[in-house]
Each structure stands twice: as structure tokens, then as C-alpha cells.
Ligand binder design. Sequence first.
Ligand SMILES: [Zn+2]
Ligand SMILES: [Zn+2]
Length: 282
Amino acid sequence: MSRLDLHLHTTHSDGSCTPTEVVDLAHQAGVTALAITDHDIMTGIDEATAAGEQRGIEIIPGVEISSLAGNSELHILGYFLDWQDSDLPERLKTLRDSRHRRNPRIIERLQALGIDITYDEVRALAGTDSIGRPHIARILMDKHVVASAKEAFDRFLAEGRPAYVPRELPSPAEAIRWIKAARGLAILAHPTWIKVAEQSLVDLVRQLKDDGLNGVEVYYSTHAARQTREYLSLAQQLGLLVTGGSDFHGLTKPDIEVGIGKGTLHIPTSLLPKMKEAAGRL
Ligand SMILES: [Zn+2]
Ligand SMILES: [Zn+2]
């Protein structure tokens, strides 16, 4: 059975497998076309494309951009991007730099609260360029300031707590605009994660469509059958494309596998020609 998987992370963002390893896993799972969609970065596409050529797997250049609508983080997937010949790489770099500005500010706030912690300690523990609040929580645990990561978030790091610093993220409309400027398709990722009531989701997606959204990620590892049906009908009602992906991260989300998610995910290959047609890439 041939499969699609249009949502995959690699070591270029927070996944634990290299692009080549992801392509090999996809090959084993019977995936015939896949998209690498690392968070706010596209540097893994080259290696995946080379590996895909060897394995006979079509690689669609993709990205997953974090955006902020009110208090809710929305992820916008981009596909069929002119990922080398556009402003997108530069825009994403600016976005990543803003994350690097955020972490030192969190540390400053913790220091102001009298906690003995330095940014160097956090960097040494993380061992990667992709530093996040979980790393800071671990330092606070090591120093016995808190007993658990949950306590670190509840007392200091979560929204509304004294060391919280909001991320500087683009609006969904802006993220969509960036993707369109790179001649890509803009797709709303995993609607299950969006913190709005069912009716407001329809209004939200309608608004995003006005902003240029092309489709909705209907098939997803953690969508219950009822949700898949609901999002499918939403996409049909609004005349939007339907896509799907596992959101594979490797060891970071060990229960999710390439191509099959938690074991029951099946993304129809018939979605791909419709996407290509919409992107003008047939
Ligand atoms: Zn996401
Ligand atoms: Zn993702």
C-alpha cells in the first residue's frame, strides 16, 4: 500500500532523526511522497531530496511556521516552496533569532527573582542551538529550586507567571503571506491543538482563508476519527484542500511513526495531485 506523509521533523529542528534517516523510515513504511516540515527552517530539504532520489521517494519542500493568533499558537505548514529563490529563508532566520532573544530574557527574570542561574548553564545543558523552556526547567530541578518540570512551569515559566516572556511570532496572516510569496501552499496544521470552541474554529478558518490559506491538515496522528470527519467536512464546506501528516519527531514523540502515526493513520495518496494542481506544480 502506498502512503503519503506530509508532516515530518528532522534534526534540523526538534526531531531526533537526520533527513536521510527519515527518508529511510518512510521507505520502510511504504511512503512514496513526503514533505520535510521542520519548525521555522528549511535546511534539511537538500539532504532529504538526495536521499529521496536514491530511494525513489518524492520529496516536497516544506516548512512549519509558528504564528500567534491572540493567545493561541497556530502552526502554518508551507508546501511546494521556492525555498531557495525567495525571501523565506531570511524571514525564517529573523524568526529563529527572536527565540534566541527570548531565552536570555527569561534567565534575567529568574535572576531578578533571586534564583542562581546563568544562560551559560542552560546552553551547556541543552547542547544544541535549539534551546527552550524545558531546558531551563531542568536546571531549576537540578538546583532543587523546584521538584519537577511541572512545578517550574507552574511557578515561573508558564504564561502569566513571573519569568514568562512571550515569543515574538508573526500573525497567521503574515506566515501565510510569507509562504505565498515563496509560491507555496499554506495549510493550517493539526486543528486539534487550536484552543477554540468548535464553532469558533469555523470562523477562524474562514478568516484564514480570506488571508490566503489553501487547506487544512485533516489527517493527523492524534486526530480521533470524529475529528478527522469534522475537519474534512470543514475543509469541504470552505472549499479548502485536505492534507495529512504524522508530525513524526523520532524520540521526541516516540509513539508516532513515519507514515502511520500511532498505527492507524492513513493519508490517501489521492490528495497529492490536488495539492500540485492548486500549487501550479503539476
Ligand atoms: Zn505543529
Ligand atoms: Zn510539526
